[in-house]
Design a protein around this ligand. Structure first.
Ligand SMILES: Nc1ncnc2c1ncn2[C@@H]1O[C@H](COP(=O)(O)OP(=O)(O)O)[C@@H](O)[C@H]1O
Ligand SMILES: O=C(O)C1=C[C@@H](OP(=O)(O)O)[C@@H](O)[C@H](O)C1
Ligand SMILES: [Mg+2]
Length: 203
């Protein structure tokens, strides 16, 4: 699967006239990043979009454009309302034929309709995994992430245990970002073989 994903991403970045006959030669419609809070979905998604030339969409940013800041929405309407609206926002993006890199909020996979949509042939789904200690370093005290309020470490661990099976279920590729910079993670997704190296003769 990794090979096919790399081939389609490379095609997305470089092939203008793709064949309709060969599905692997066709540019990817969408690359979708899923995974827990602090995996780097937003940051790696941005880097991946820059690398491939695909437009970047973050479901949380789109949500906030429509509904305002997530913490305020949680406080006023609760998590169930957030999940319903999050699924609508993601459904809007997945329902359009436009190619893009879509970074999802960490809980997006909880919605069965979102999981069904991700199983379709138009999305290459990458599960960005991360070790607990590094994720907690990245999210700090959990500011801006209301589900972590109170006990960020314990809640992060419990949530991952609840969701890990769903991340794996929807994923075409799993990438552990622990110890990688966001740029390195983006290159891993595209395929390290394509990464430009500093020439030894031209330092
Ligand atoms: N690979 C990485 N290495 C180091 N820091 C990272 C990496 N990916 C993300 N970060 C940092 O961690 C924080 C959370 O990243 P973010 O992209 O918002 O994660 P997510 O969207 O998965 O919750 C940000 O401050 C970001 O700059
Ligand atoms: O995992 C979750 O339940 C959430 C993750 C957040 O997105 P990130 O995973 O991008 O931090 C955001 O959607 C919201 O705070 C809830
Ligand atoms: Mg994010």
């Amino acid at each position: 699967m990794t090979g096919a994903l790399e081939a389609r991403l490379t095609a997305a970045a470089t092939v203008a006239a793709a064949s309709d006959e060969d599905p692997d030669a066709r540019p990817a419609r969408r690359v979708v990043l899923v995974g827990p809070m602090g995996a780097g979905k937003t940051t790696v998604g941005r880097a991946l979009a820059a690398l491939t030339g695909l437009p970047f969409v973050d479901s949380d940013e789109l949500f906030a454009q429509v509904h305002g800041p997530i913490p305020e929405f949680f406080a006023e309407h609760g998590e169930a309302a957030f999940r319903a609206e999050e699924a609508r926002v993601i459904g809007h993006v997945l329902g359009r034929p436009a190619p893009c890199v879509l970074s999802c909020g960490g809980g997006a996979v909880l919605h069965p309709g979102t999981r069904r949509a991700l199983a379709g042939p138009d999305s290459d789904v990458v599960y960005l995994a991360v070790g607990e200690a590094e994720a907690l370093r990245r999210v700090g005290g959990g500011a801006g992430r209301p589900v972590l309020a109170g006990d960020p470490a314990g809640t992060w661990r419990r949530i991952l245990a609840e969701r890990e099976g769903l991340y794996r279920q929807v994923a075409d590729l799993v990438l552990d970002t622990t110890g990688l910079t966001a740029a390195e993670a983006a290159w891993r997704i595209v395929g390290d073989a394509h990464r430009p190296r500093r020439s030894e003769s031209h330092p």
